[in-house]
Design a protein around this ligand. Structure first.
Ligand SMILES: Nc1nc2c(ncn2[C@@H]2O[C@H](COP(=O)(O)OP(=O)(O)OP(=O)(O)O)[C@@H](O)[C@H]2O)c(=O)[nH]1
Ligand SMILES: [Mg+2]
Length: 718
């Protein structure tokens, strides 16, 4: 294959809800471009794009697939994205490197949740969009209704370039108001007949043509003047106006296809070749420090890695975009993230699992390579001495967490290796071993994401795994002051053990000074605070340790042992074994034995005195509270609110944004297991949320009773 120049390259992402027809459209594009000579079907499991066995079983795309075709002298790289929301990592990475998103719409359903999700991502990446009305052969397809509902959120940026003459099973004609022609297909689609617009459609076509001309002119003063002078624009002038409109997202052109019958696909590709912006016509990817490198082939070579995958028989594949300069086979580059050298042995143009060797790729092109040492997702490879490091793609935060374990302990290591491979392909799988909870936590996007992971464990890695709700990282604290004395005494054989500690504990409040008077049972206890140590705890909160010993009742050398004993008990919380926090301890008296006192005795005395006092100090369990923002379609607001109330959420505020309500609240993490599943079911997949740890708060009494009972049952079991 020849090396395409930047201006002859078009990079696209196929976007839209699951089932809207992206993979089917991709197949038709490959067919029209001559890459394949027979179109496969998703349900027959023989498309180029859905080639992974998991995709055959799910009959949905699961992995993004890079494809390319050469068409009318242009190279079109396109990435087929899975529509399922749980796999949105694919859309994040693709929209960070392509110059246009082709948003496929299942016309009978209008803009669905998956399309909304992709629209949202494309807003942040500022990617131009083409809207493609698909499934026009469906009996319920109503083109006008789809346009109206799309305009309700996106306004008149949605600009009709084509409309179907009729929809339903007889669909085979489209009026193109840019070309002012009618396209008509035979039953097998493919190359259309190009006809004059029939008189019956002329008024509608002319009106839409004028709207399109105005929309194209609006993006450029010169074009606007030309339009006023001539009352119209030439096709070339319209092209340049439309391209400008697409680049600043003030124009989303609408095309019509029936992907399954390959109708309208050729014309769409022609438009892509002629009008879609080339990679150098958009703002370039920013460097870490915010600057941009111009996308020119004669600049220094720099590549950005936007995706990695593992393929059987091949190993790790690195997908990159040439951001500047050109890359040639055998080139030596520097990985500027790792500061290491890499040799790009082979370069490929990729169409699904088929890779074609190429010798050179110019700025703007997308390709792949293999056998790199330590290049990973989000890394930059550059020519020697080029100080270029691109800003990383930011992927969405986890929305779902489960505890994952191997059914058979001996498989633990294999689980780790398998997870590593899955994370290599999908950065939105994250795992972390919690020492506190003694669980391996898998963070991901939702239950469908988990199903895919489970599929890989069952069918590829062949490891039985168990998935459970994760434990909660509770904390314990106290709500009032209490006192306790404890004598540790042991007389067995030779030397004995003796240590006695008298202490007071009270809740710690940030900034509060230690006290020197307490009252217990009507009696006043005066303290002489001689030394205060502040110990920030690794699990959050503080322990304040006050030495109030007078008259040498306990030697200063035993104080560290007492502190150690208390710290040990803080670590395994007296109530339920959870970490304790935010406590002030005053050691004010005790006793020693001239021979038997030693560190171990004082450690045990300190530990037990603390434990006794803790139980008298209004001990409370604390739970992690998260700040939660939920975006819901206005009409689902009531249901989402009552669901949140059932989760003990405290509503902090509400805000309306473009047909959506944003609810801000604080909620205990305990109540949030599988929240994404409930939210999706209440909102038909349209709800979104973001969650961030806020602080720890006391649990309500009934929850505390429940937790204490559960802990006791656990102890009995052990
Ligand atoms: N009748 C009809 N069926 C279509 C059309 N386009 C796609 N289909 C069918 O719709 C189903 C879903 O199509 P896909 O191409 O898998 O949809 P997708 O957008 O790739 O879906 P995900 O991969 O799950 O995101 C398949 O059975 C296709 O054959 C169309 O224009 N008309
Ligand atoms: Mg698909």
């Amino acid at each position: 294959m020849k090396a395409y120049k930047t201006e002859d390259i078009k990079n696209l992402a196929l976007l839209g809800n699951a089932g809207c027809g992206k993979t089917t459209l991709a197949e038709a594009m490959l067919y029209e471009g001559g890459v394949i000579n027979r179109r496969g079907e998703v349900n027959a499991h023989n498309t180029v794009s859905d080639y992974h066995p998991i995709e055959h079983e799910f009959e949905n795309s699961v992995h993004p697939t890079l494809l390319y075709t050469e068409f009318l002298g242009k190279k079109i790289n396109f990435i087929d994205i899975p529509g399922m929301d749980d796999f949105s990592a694919a859309a994040y990475s693709a929209l960070n490197v392509v110059s246009t998103g082709v948003l496929v719409i299942n016309t009978p359903n209008g803009i669905e949740a998956g399309a909304e999700n992709h629209l949202h991502i494309s807003e942040n990446t500022k990617t131009p969009l083409i809207f493609v009305a698909n499934h026009l052969d469906h009996e319920n397809a109503n083109f006008d209704q789809m346009i109206d509902s799309t305009r309700a959120t996106l306004g008149n940026r949605v600009t009709i370039v084509q409309y179907p003459v009729t929809t339903g099973p007889d669909f085979n004609q489209v009026v193109d108001v840019l070309k002012m022609k009618m396209y008509q297909w035979g039953p097998d689609g493919g190359t259309p007949e190009i006809l004059d617009i029939p008189a019956s459609e002329m008024d509608k076509a002319t009106e839409l043509h004028n709207e399109l001309v105005e929309k194209a002119a609006e993006n450029d003063e010169e074009l606007m003047e030309l339009y006023f002078d001539k009352g119209s624009l030439s096709e070339d002038e319209m092209r340049s106006g439309m391209r400008l409109g697409m680049v600043d997202r003030s124009l989303f052109p609408v095309f019509c296809v029936c992907a399954k019958k390959d109708m309208g696909v050729r014309r769409l590709m022609e438009f892509i070749g002629n009008i879609v912006p080339s990679p150098n016509e958009l703002q370039q990817r920013k460097l870490e420090e915010g600057k941009e490198v111009p996308m020119t082939t004669d600049g220094p070579t720099s590549l950005f890695v936007f995706k990695t995958s593992v393929e059987s028989h091949v190993g790790e594949i690195i997908y990159f975009k040439v951001q500047s300069g050109k890359v040639t086979e055998g080139m030596d580059l520097i990985n500027t993230n790792k500061r290491s050298k890499e040799r790009l042995g082979q370069l490929y143009a990729v169409a699904g699992k088929n890779r074609t060797k190429v010798t050179e790729l110019c700025a703007g092109d997308i390709g792949a390579t293999v056998k790199l040492k330590d290049t990973r997702l989000n890394h930059t490879l550059t020519e020697k001495d080029a100080e270029i490091k691109y800003a990383p793609i930011i992927f969405p935060e986890p929305r779902h967490i489960v505890a994952l374990s191997a059914q058979n302990e001996s498989d633990d290591e294999k689980v780790g290796e398998a997870l590593h491979k899955l994370q290599y392909e999908d950065p939105t799988y994250q795992s972390e071993y919690s020492r506190e909870l003694k669980q391996l936590l898998l963070k991901c996007q939702g239950e469908y994401h988990i199903n895919a992971l489970k599929w890989y464990f069952d069918h590829v890695y062949k490891i039985d795994i168990e998935l459970k709700s994760p434990k909660i990282a509770y904390r314990e604290t106290i709500t009032k002051a209490a006192t306790a004395n404890y004598r540790h005494k042991k007389q067995s054989g030779g030397s004995g053990q003796f240590g006695e500690v008298h202490l007071i504990i009270e809740p710690y409040n940030e900034g509060a000074e230690p006290k020197n008077v307490f009252h217990f049972d009507g009696k006043e206890q005066k303290l002489n605070v001689r030394d205060v140590q502040e110990h920030p705890l690794p699990w959050g909160g503080k322990l304040i340790f006050c030495n109030c010993i007078v008259g040498g009742s306990i030697d200063a050398r035993f104080l560290p042992a007492i502190l150690k004993g208390i710290m040990e008990k803080m670590e395994e919380g007296p109530l339920t074994g959870s970490y304790a926090r935010d406590i002030v301890v005053y050691i004010y008296d005790g006793k020693m034995h001239p021979v038997d006192s030693n560190e171990i005795s004082f450690k045990l005395a300190g530990r037990n005195a603390f434990s006794m006092a803790f139980k008298d100090a209004g001990a409370k369990i604390l739970e992690p509270i998260y700040d939660l923002d939920v975006w819901v379609p206005t009409e689902r607001m009531g249901d989402v609110m009552s669901d949140l109330q059932g989760r003990r959420a405290m509503i902090m505020g509400m805000d309306s944004q473009k047909g959506y309500e944003k609810i801000s609240c604080k909620v205990p993490i305990k109540e949030m297991y599988k929240y994404i599943t409930s939210l999706s079911s209440i909102t038909g997949g349209r709800g979104r949320f973001e969650m961030k740890y806020d602080n720890y708060e006391k649990v309500p009494q009934e929850v505390q009773d429940e937790l204490l009972a559960a802990y006791e049952a656990e102890l009995v079991e052990e």
